[in-house]
Design a protein around this ligand. Structure first.
Ligand SMILES: *Cc1c(COP(=O)(O)O)cnc(C)c1O
Ligand code: SF4
Length: 312
């Protein structure tokens, strides 16, 4: 994955943000002894019935809108794909996705992901328009990091069109949730907090997702500040993930016990609505494991949603 840094991120790095720098600037030669074997730990390819669709959990299907993001996060789980045209959806691909979702009426929730759905607003608009008329779809989620990469993009005409569409779906059809990937309080500039107000006016409920990252946010005070800031902007911290075990990304992974200690400290300090669930999407397992951190010990293995034992 190439380095890709927006002018907005560049300005934050130039102003001295180590946390932004460590997420977006390629660290050459940085490595650890531990080596992860795979570029696809979540086996998304195995669960893809048609191009652009991942159907791993019965009631939820995830649509990869494209492989493009405004900025490239160097720890990305999908780093093997990001920035490549292979994820572009043709009319035919979109038709196949929609037909699959129509047929599989057990799918209640659709997640638009990618790449970044707000970075390819025309495709997202088309998908929302088609999903709008599938009766069995009752909830739509959109995962994005564009507010962090380039908040001013939300003033562009075709992004505003998507927001209008979201507002209409929210009013008359079903809830649309927007999940924003935030990792550090430096990412919440004045522009970004103003944008949270604009987004909330469309009726969406805002959630955040965070990844534990070494030398970015592996610290109680930083995460305390991040989650309280988000809470006060009406963004509900949903998940904090253990960094996925992607080959070449070993140096981002925080030691398990350090994460546990941070979570215990956060649990003591934060209001319930500001405390995200701590998740490990273990390689080889099906389902996101809620790490039982209050036991103060990490089990050596977990049972996944299908009862299979996953060693860690
Ligand atoms: C994470 C994920 C979901 C959603 O999981 P929730 O626990 O409902 O947030 C759905 N599909 C795929 C492929 C995922 O990776
Ligand atoms: S925004 Fe998300 S999908 Fe895009 S590079 Fe960053 S982590 Fe990966």
């Amino acid at each position: 994955m190439k380095e890709r840094i927006t002018p907005h991120l560049r300005a934050l790095i130039d102003a001295g943000s180590e946390a932004i720098k460590n997420q977006f600037v390629k660290m050459r030669g940085k490595n650890t002894k531990k080596k992860f074997p795979t570029l696809d730990p979540l086996e998304e390819e195995k669960y893809s019935p048609t191009k652009g669709l991942v159907h791993k959990y019965k009631r939820t299907a995830l649509i990869k809108v494209s492989n493009y993001c405004a900025g490239h996060c160097q720890f990305c789980t999908r780093c093997r794909d990001i920035g490549t045209p292979e994820g572009d959806l043709s009319k035919e691909d979109i038709k196949n996705i929609i037909t699959y979702v129509e047929k599989h009426t057990e799918i209640v929730e659709i997640i638009l992901s990618g790449g970044d759905p707000f970075f390819t607003p025309n495709v997202t608009y088309e998908l929302l328009d088609k999903l709008d008329s599938i009766k069995s779809v009752r909830v739509i989620r959109i995962g994005t990091r564009l507010p962090v990469h380039a908040p001013r993009s939300f003033k562009q005409r075709n992004v505003l069109d998507v927001l209008e569409k979201i507002e209409a779906i929210n009013r008359f059809r079903c809830p649309v949730h927007v999940l924003i990937h935030f990792n550090h309080p430096d990412e919440i500039t004045k522009e970004v907090s103003d944008l949270m107000w604009d987004l909330r006016r469309t009726g969406v409920v805002l959630f955040s997702q965070t990844v534990f990252l070494r030398d970015v946010n592996d610290n109680v005070d930083i995460l305390d500040k991040l989650f309280m800031k988000l809470h006060s902007l009406g963004v509900i911290p949903y998940y904090i993930y253990r960094c996925d075990y992607v080959a070449g990304r070993e140096h981002f992974v925080v030691p398990f016990m350090r994460e546990v200690r941070i979570m215990i400290a956060l649990w003591k300090r934060l209001p319930g609505l500001a405390l995200p669930q701590y998740i490990f999407d273990a390689p080889g397992g099906k389902g996101k494991i809620r790490v039982p951190y209050l036991s103060r010990q990490i089990p050596r293995s977990f049972a996944d949603t299908e009862g299979k034992t996953i060693e860690i």
